[in-house]
Ligand binder design. Structure first.
Ligand code: GRF
Length: 201
């Protein structure tokens, strides 16, 4: 069984998708052991509490990035976390956290990486006039944001009348489907990283 730590900063709809999948027995034996937020008011914390999942909050303000990440790593280790899932976690990770969980940090991003990394991925897609965008679940690599071996992707069409909100909603449906599936594949030991590629068995 894999103990999962989910890191959030806000709404937590992807966290909810993971909770729902766990409750349906669809996380391949994975179990969310703690939900951590750097934002006390994050709505997602309430989702965790409702599901009876322990929560931990630590404000990042006033702390150097490495010192803060050291504390986060300690909290996660104290809960026995083996897999870290970033779910709308609005902090860049320092090497301190990356090295505490090498090859064991997943992220979900609302675009087909490597296109449109960083913030406002939906706006970037609209501004570029792409006809297709989507969702990506990937491992975190050392270094830049929203890079690392890609586990799963799903595409969605960009419709002529789309706003950031309508496009984000269409992408979210795919995020909520992909993220639990990626976690399940990890928990079942079916993911092998080979350089930039993830082999799914
Ligand atoms: C999602 O679109 C995710 O891809 C991005 O931030 C958003 C978080 O939404 N990284 P939620 O907090 O999971 O509802």
């Amino acid at each position: 069984m894999q103990t999962i730590g989910v890191l959030i900063s806000g709404r937590g709809s992807n966290l909810q998708a993971l909770i729902d999948a766990q409750q349906r027995g669809e996380l391949g034996g994975g179990r969310i052991g703690v939900v951590f937020s750097n934002v006390e008011a994050a709505a997602g914390l309430e989702r965790a509490r409702r599901a009876g999942i322990p929560v931990a909050v630590r404000d990042h303000r006033g702390l150097a990035r490495e010192a803060f990440d050291g504390e986060v790593a300690e909290i996660l280790k104290a809960h026995g976390v083996e897999l870290v899932c970033l779910a709308g976690y609005m902090r860049l990770l320092s090497p301190v956290l990356l090295r505490a969980f090498p090859g064991r940090i997943l992220n979900v991003h609302p675009a087909l990486l490597p296109a449109f990394p960083g913030v406002k991925a939906q706006r970037q897609a609209l501004e570029h006039g792409v006809k297709v965008t989507g969702a990506t679940v990937h491992f975190l690599a050392d270094g830049a944001v929203d890079t690392g071996p890609i586990v799963l992707q799903a595409s969605v069409p960009v419709e002529p009348g789309d706003t950031e909100e309508t496009l984000a909603a269409r992408i979210l449906v795919e995020e909520h489907r992909l993220y639990p599936e990626a976690v399940r594949l990890f928990a079942e030991g079916r993911l092998t990283v080979a350089g930039r590629r993830v082999i799914v068995r």
